[in-house]
Design a binder for this molecule. Structure first.
Ligand code: KIV
Length: 261
């Protein structure tokens, strides 16, 4: 049965919500039925596209990857990121969110930002589109903030984050991603909201957790953030297998008779 926003929301205070990113149909089909949520994160611009940040991805590229993921995943709840610059005003945001909903089977869209997104979120929700908010460390703000900054480090920041979360919930967000927020602050936000929080680098007390798939499976080797737990040595396994393949070709051991017509 398809996972809906109601299924996810019912899990709050009952069981942890599981989420992972995916950018293509193949991996989405491997994750589907196992995780509650698949996010087509704009992180794909970095881990898939090799770019230095998420800022340059286009709406068309997100739509392309979202369509691919939706073809592979029939059960999980699918969220897709609105790229940087595509929700600068409520009017643009509605136009672009409608485009995503019309062209893909995404169940919700995600946008970064605090209480300044209040009107944007309510305008999109009014059109019948589910919106996931994203606060704390917001990768789309990397240039304006001069780097990736952990949030909630002092009382003022903690107060603003809680206020942001409450206002975004009020505006109609169905879920909130809490990224790079001090654990006790994320715990307090999660406790005070009736909608679920999905944490990344924000401690154990969030209602669910998400990781970028290439970090989780050890395919991204340049940098491993503190909050990533690596469940597979993906890069090593691929490279070992590739070495064997190259060896077999060069030593004329591949293909065998059984592998030939
Ligand atoms: O782009 C992304 O993958 C994300 C997650 C890290 C939450 O926004």
């Amino acid at each position: 049965m398809k996972t809906t926003i109601q299924t996810i929301q019912c899990k709050k205070n009952q069981e942890k919500i599981t989420a992972i990113t995916a950018y293509d149909s193949l991996f989405a089909s491997l994750f589907d039925t196992q995780v509650d949520i698949i996010l087509i994160g704009d992180s794909l611009n970095m881990s898939f596209g090799g770019k230095k940040d998420t800022l340059s991805i286009t709406l068309e590229e997100m739509i392309y990857h979202t369509k691919a993921v939706c073809r592979g995943a029939k059960k999980s709840f699918i969220i897709t990121d609105m790229p940087f610059g595509t929700y600068a005003t409520p009017k643009t945001a509605v136009k672009n969110a409608l485009k995503i909903y019309q062209k893909t089977n995404a169940d919700a869209i995600k946008i970064e930002g605090g209480q300044q997104r209040c009107k944007t979120i309510s305008s999109i929700v009014q059109e019948g589109i589910a919106v996931v908010a994203h606060i704390g460390l917001m990768p789309q703000f990397v240039r304006s903030e001069g780097g990736y900054k952990i949030k909630g480090k002092n009382d003022t920041e903690a107060k603003i984050l809680l206020e942001d979360a409450m206002i975004l919930q009020e505006a109609g967000a169905c879920m909130i991603v809490l990224e790079g927020i001090r654990s006790d602050v994320a715990a307090c936000i999660s406790k005070n909201l009736h909608i679920p929080t999905i944490g990344i680098g924000s401690g154990l007390q969030c209602d669910g957790q998400i990781l970028v798939w290439s970090d989780l499976f050890g395919f991204f080797q340049q940098f491993k953030p503190k909050f990533v737990r690596q469940y597979l040595n993906g890069a090593e396994l691929i490279q070992e297998a590739l070495q064997k393949y190259i060896f077999d070709i060069k030593s004329s051991q591949f293909p065998s008779m059984e592998e030939s017509y």
